[in-house]
Design a binder for this molecule. Structure first.
Ligand SMILES: Nc1ncnc2c1ncn2[C@@H]1O[C@H](COP(=O)(O)OP(=O)(O)OP(=O)(O)O)[C@@H](O)[C@H]1O
Ligand SMILES: [Mg+2]
Length: 232
């Protein structure tokens, strides 16, 4: 009996790619956005994070890319404790984390190409490689015709896909996608999920915050729900 029980438990002899341990986030003075949240994501996992508006989904993703700092608790990414990592090490780690923000954060006057190229330029990839990757991503997301358009001139659904392409550009160790299909129709949602699946098959660990049941229903991936800052 005990043996069967042990076999059904996840292995804890190695750290997960993401370890969130008893994390609380309070925005001053008194907004409790996350309460004692613990979550472990194994390397190569794809996880969905759901929950109503204001439940803390974006806050959790911001803590993982260290855009925010927890009030209490521990966060480790790939064995690195975010609380004690030097600024330099944080910058390096961030280069391996792709974030598709809920509000996109594109540079509107720069072209689609320039926006998606940015994280690859930071890593000193060759122009040839950058061109190849940007072209490939735009084709996968149905946006090949927009390569040279200023990002700010695109529709919201198009901008959303550009933000996703930028997050995916370096095939990151960890991809955080915040409501990535919020502005998309069923067809383009399918393209985005195909891209996520491909990245995941190639080893990226992915966390998707979403209200969109269509993208997690019928999948075998783990799903967690946040309710008023508590994780279930
Ligand atoms: N910078 C901030 N300062 C103060 N309060 C904040 C800040 N950011 C978020 N909050 C509050 O923290 C709580 C969680 O917000 P969060 O953005 O994480 O929710 P969410 O689950 O992503 O919601 P949505 O589905 O609407 O995107 C909310 O009560 C929100 O008002
Ligand atoms: Mg949010």
């Amino acid at each position: 009996m005990l043996e069967t029980l042990n076999e059904s438990l996840p292995p804890h002899d190695h750290p997960g790619l993401v370890e969130i341990v008893k994390v609380t986030k309070i925005y001053p003075p008194d907004v409790v956005a996350l309460k004692n949240v613990s979550l472990r994501a194994e390397k190569g996992e794809l996880i969905f994070l759901t929950g109503p508006s204001g439940a803390g989904k974006t806050t959790l993703l911001k803590l993982l890319c260290r855009q925010e700092i927890p009030t209490k608790g521990l966060i480790e990414i790939d064995g690195n404790d975010l609380n004690t990592l030097s600024d330099n090490a944080i910058q390096k780690l961030r280069q391996r984390i792709g974030v598709a923000y809920q509000d996109f954060k594109l540079l509107p006057r720069l072209s689609v190409f320039q926006n998606i190229a940015m994280p690859m330029e930071v890593q000193f990839k060759s122009l040839k490689e950058i061109r190849h990757r940007v072209t490939e991503l735009l084709a996968k997301l149905g946006l090949s015709a927009k390569l040279n358009k200023p990002a700010g001139k695109l529709s919201r659904g198009e901008q959303q896909r550009i933000a996703i392409a930028r997050a995916a550009a370096n095939s990151p160790l960890l991809l955080l996608a915040d409501e990535p299909t919020g502005n998309l129709d069923a067809g383009t949602t399918g393209l985005v999920m195909d891209l996520f699946r491909e990245l995941n098959d190639n080893g990226s660990t992915i966390i998707i915050a979403t209200h969109d049941e269509s993208i997690y229903q019928g999948t075998n991936h783990r799903k967690f729900e946040l309710q008023q800052g508590e994780l279930f």
